[in-house]
Design a protein around this ligand. Sequence first.
Ligand SMILES: *Cc1c(COP(=O)(O)O)cnc(C)c1O
Length: 369
Amino acid sequence: MSTLATPTSADLFEIRRNDAPVPDAQREEALAAPRFGTVFTDHMARVSWSQADGWHDRRVERYGPLQLDPATAVLHYAQEIFEGLKAYRHDDGSVWTFRPQANAERFARSANRLALPELSEADFLGAIEALVRTDLAWVPGGGEKSLYLRPFMYASESFLGVRASLEAEFLVIASPVGPYFAGGVRPVSIWVSETYSRAAAGGTGAAKCGGNYAASLLPQQQAYDKGFEQVCFLDAATGTYLEELGGMNVFVVRSDGTVATPALSGTILEGVTRSSIIQLLHDAGHRVQEESIALADLLAGLADGSVSEVFACGTAAVITPIGRLGSETFDVTVADGEAGPVTTRIRDELTDIQYGRAQDRHGWLYRLA
Ligand SMILES: *Cc1c(COP(=O)(O)O)cnc(C)c1O
């Protein structure tokens, strides 16, 4: 198990305790059956930035509304980025997170693309540690429960001019979550959008920014209207190749045991789950190809049986089997109500590592408390 490799700034966070925390009984009730992103812990971590003073005022404070001037830059020009990771309680009571350094690095890359100030890894990890230690009672145990952590940064300067903000705020909020699939893992249906793109070359597709999500909501709504649960986007240039869902990467399992996932072309978000799955597949002896995957080839492979499983992945749902693919021109069944064997095995391996039930042979776990 990994120890703290780099010193973090956790000790620099001033803890300003919430003097009216959620009563124990109410918290326990929230932890018993959490719904994604609806209930938040008693505190939030926060660091402020200005061009003049740099990052300053590291603190953990009462969770609550932010007061924003109506001219705050983020409300007009969407200069905002975020991250998503989880804290897991192991059976011995210890609390861990998974590869947070990868999230810190990606956060720095996203900041760079959105012309926001870079936050150091020490501050990214320090904020998470300080918050989770303060709200430790909010980390659920058992089942597939966890504390979802949402670091984010926004342009906080009150100014309508179009340029990078001279002020920014970094916050981490936390929300207890249960298994993404209440009734067990279940394949989802995917609408392939032939009308809208998620990201184009040179755009912000590789950054985790709110704007990408804003642009994905209309296609998502259209998918719902067609009776599908999620959208998959194709490459903006040619509309030929699979890219990813609005917030999850995709994998294709072939019946010969090879596994393919779209290569990181600059328009795809590099998921921590994606890279962990690639490693676990290698470990299990699968050949993994990061390549261009033409939608037409995927459909042909599903028709002739050379493609056996398709799944999506991301921190929130871990691994989601894809059971149906449709668009204006096709509607095919991938799996009948069940996840395939490779999907199931990799999902189990990953969650076993995260929950401390399997050996952490790659040093992915990071102790928080
Ligand atoms: C966050 C995100 C993912 C998944 O990334 P993880 O690090 O695995 O959670 C995939 N695609 C997009 C567009 C995302 O925003």
